[in-house]
Design a binder for this molecule. Sequence first.
Ligand SMILES: [Zn+2]
Length: 64
Amino acid sequence: MMRERQCFRCGKVLDFESYIKNSSLKNEEYLTELWNNEHIEFYCCHCYCFKIKYQPNLDFEEYY
Ligand SMILES: [Zn+2]
C-alpha cells in the first residue's frame, strides 16, 4: 500500500506515478521505500523549485 503524500510546504497532493517518472533515480523499489519512509518529507515540483532558488542574502525582488 502506498502512503498518501502531500507537499510538505503547500499541502498539494502528490502523485506517485509522476514522482517515479520525474525522478532522476531509476530504481523504483528504492523510490517506493523513500515514498513510504515517514522520516522523509516531499515537496511538489513548484515548492522544490522555489526552495532551491531561494537565496536569503539577496533582495526579494530579484527572485519573484
Ligand atoms: Zn508544494
